[in-house]
Design a protein around this ligand. Structure first.
Ligand SMILES: *Cc1c(COP(=O)(O)O)cnc(C)c1O
Length: 393
């Protein structure tokens, strides 16, 4: 029985799509705590703990680590507004919808965008990104976890290629944070943004963000203030972390979404406090493979080839001859289970299933496989056995 009182019009759902993901009771309870003032010292302490947990989730020591107020896309805006100047030559990896979106954002910011593309559903060969960097660049941006296709982009060699040219390596890790191996400092990433509603199992509304010294130095070299006031990191840091970033008391910038910060802190306590992060990554890996095997029995084929898969998002083709949208709708309306469809060129050709945080567990996957079997008229025993086998492996 839920501790949260139900409200009319809000159905019970099992969220196994591309995000938002399952929000645990503990996080809902945190969200429902009384709102306090954002300059209250008690809130400052909550901010401090949230930052420490975020550093753990990103695997970074960066002093400039905090949640930007806004969804994951606000993190993208903050990244570009702070670290890309008009006229900058920016190499942008594009292998899915989120790479496309990034290229669009960069062009709007006045960057000279050099696209390095791969087919949707494949990773980009790093050698091609490195070759593009050799012609000179100010920044490289890649999407680490491409949620539109379920592909993980390897980062090996990219930081060195950027450093040789005194350029920044910037990444979108919205879907990978907490669910797919990523160590910001070890990978040499200069700045990154994430989201709360994928593997962190928090409602949408904040964008975890981190920036290292090389990125901050570029910001400090700026002669003119950047084009965005709201996302100006120098102002935001004075609100979130004045002690580590210039000293003095906290100064009002905007009003942090206080209850969302409570929720994120609790979600991070679960994601990186209760479970050691490398074990969480391993659990996501097993969950991904178990579900892939179970759906394979039903005739679903994963889009990403072996070795390029993003563990938190399993993108598969539906079985031959199945009306994918009809099954997806029936899953939602008859079984209360949400999965996502394909985007862009893959619309109508994919199911995108989240394997995120609490969704990367056997029980919700059993529910999904059972419901899918019912809708497809398939005997569930074999698919469920494949799922169990995958979890035992
Ligand atoms: C979900 C997502 C975003 C956008 O986040 P919003 O919270 O929807 O603004 C950006 N990049 C990737 C890879 C995502 O999966």
């Amino acid at each position: 029985m839920s501790a949260v009182r139900p409200q009319a019009g809000v159905p019970t759902r099992l969220l196994l799509g591309s995000g938002p993901s399952i929000v645990p009771e503990r996080v809902l309870e945190a969200l429902a705590q009384p709102t306090i003032g954002h300059m209250d010292p008690a809130f400052a302490a909550i901010m401090g703990e949230t930052i420490d947990l975020l550093r753990e989730a990103f695997q970074t020591d960066n002093r400039a680590t905090l949640p930007i107020s806004g969804t994951g896309s606000a993190g993208m805006e903050a990244l570009v507004a702070n670290f890309v100047d008009p006229g900058d030559r920016v190499v942008c990896g594009v292998h899915g919808l989120f790479g496309e979106r990034m290229a669009d954002e960069l062009a709007r910011a006045g960057a000279d965008v050099v696209r390095v593309e791969a087919q949707w559903g494949r990773a980009i060969d790093q050698e091609r990104l490195i070759a593009a960097a050799a012609d000179g660049l100010d920044a490289m941006v890649v999407v680490h976890g491409e949620t539109s296709t379920g592909v993980a982009q390897p980062l090996d060699g990219l930081a060195d290629a950027c450093r040789e040219q005194d350029a920044l390596l910037l990444i979108d890790c919205v879907t990978s944070i907490g669910g797919h191996p990523l160590r910001i400092d070890e990978a040499g990433v200069d700045a990154a943004f994430a989201g709360t509603q994928k593997c962190l199992n928090c409602p949408p509304g904040l964008a975890p963000f981190t920036a290292g010294e090389r990125a901050l130095a570029k910001l400090e070299r700026r002669e003119q203030p950047g084009r965005s006031w709201y996302f100006d990191l120098s102002l935001v840091l004075g609100y979130w972390t004045p002690d580590e970033n210039g000293g003095g008391g906290r100064s009002y910038h905007h009003t942090a979404p206080i209850n969302m910060v409570y929720a994120l802190r609790e979600a991070l306590r679960i994601a990186v406090g209760d479970e050691w992060l490398p074990s969480a990554w391993e659990r996501h890996r097993r969950a991904h493979h178990a579900l892939r095997d179970a759906l394979g029995v039903l005739g679903c084929v994963r889009l990403a080839p072996d070795g390029e898969q993003l563990h938190p998002l399993l993108a598969v083709s539906p079985p031959e001859g199945v009306d994918e949208a009809a099954v997806r709708n029936a899953l939602l309306l008859d079984h209360g289970i949400e999965i996502s469809g394909g985007l862009g060129p893959l619309a109508g050709r994919l199911w995108r299933i989240g394997v995120m945080g609490a969704g990367a567990r056997r029980e919700p996957q059993q529910q999904l496989v059972g419901a899918l079997c019912e809708l497809l008229g398939a005997e569930p025993a074999e698919a469920l056995a494949a799922l169990d086998e995958g979890w035992r492996a």
